[in-house]
Structure formats: structure tokens, C-alpha cells
Unconditional design. Structure first.
Length: 120
């Protein structure tokens, strides 16, 4: 169960890194600005958490709510540790809201992943 959560978090991190690379290339080589990509960035982060939860549920094959919440909480803990240890700041109320949405999307993705997995 824990290994599927780790795979889900790894998937989330890879998806976020790829999204960041693509968006940074768009910002560098086009006339787009950061403010014009705010909603795209938010949508890609939501999609990354959903996909990570989906793959976590698909690998775990049972208890989708537990897998999704564990995956989202591990990701949130990782983000909190980087932010707190690296920048000496804690979460703002807006970040708590985003991480709550991350939790819900990851749980939904894991539930769908469990249902799409083959129960052999």
C-alpha cells in the first residue's frame, strides 16, 4: 500500500517537473507572461495530483480513499518541508485551500484508479 503511494507521489513530481519545463519554455520563447498562465499552472497542478492519485489507486487495487489521501498528504508534507526548511515560511490560507483541493482530487483519482484496475 505504501509503495503505491510513493509511486503516486513520484508520478506527481514528474508531471509537475514536465509541466514546469514546458511552461518555462513557453514563457522564454513567446510573449506570454506569468500572469497570463496563472490558471493554466493551477489546472496543470490539479491534473498532476489527479493523475498521481489515479496511478496510486491503480497500483494499490483497493482502498482508493486511503491511497488517495495518503498520496496527497505525502505530497503536501513534501511541499511543506521544502517550503519550511528552504524558505522559513509556513503555509498561507490560500495554500491550505489548494492542498485541500489536492487532497480531494487525489482521492477521486485513486478511487477511479482502483475501479479501473483489474482485480485478479
Amino acid at each position: 500500500m505504501f509503495s503505491s503511494m510513493i509511486k503516486g507521489v513520484a508520478t506527481i513530481l514528474v508531471a509537475i517537473i514536465i509541466s514546469s519545463l514546458i511552461l518555462s519554455l513557453l514563457l522564454r520563447f513567446t510573449s506570454l507572461t506569468e500572469s497570463s498562465l496563472k490558471w493554466v499552472t493551477t489546472g496543470l497542478s490539479f491534473l498532476s495530483l489527479f493523475i498521481g492519485g489515479f496511478l496510486s489507486g491503480k497500483k494499490g487495487k483497493e482502498k482508493g480513499i486511503m491511497l488517495g489521501s495518503g498520496t496527497a498528504l505525502l505530497f503536501s508534507l513534501l511541499v511543506f518541508l521544502v517550503q519550511y526548511l528552504g524558505y522559513q515560511t509556513t503555509f498561507t490560507s490560500m495554500q491550505y485551500m489548494y492542498h485541500g483541493i489536492f487532497l480531494l482530487l487525489c482521492m477521486l483519482g485513486a478511487i477511479m484508479g482502483v475501479n479501473f484496475s483489474s482485480h485478479k
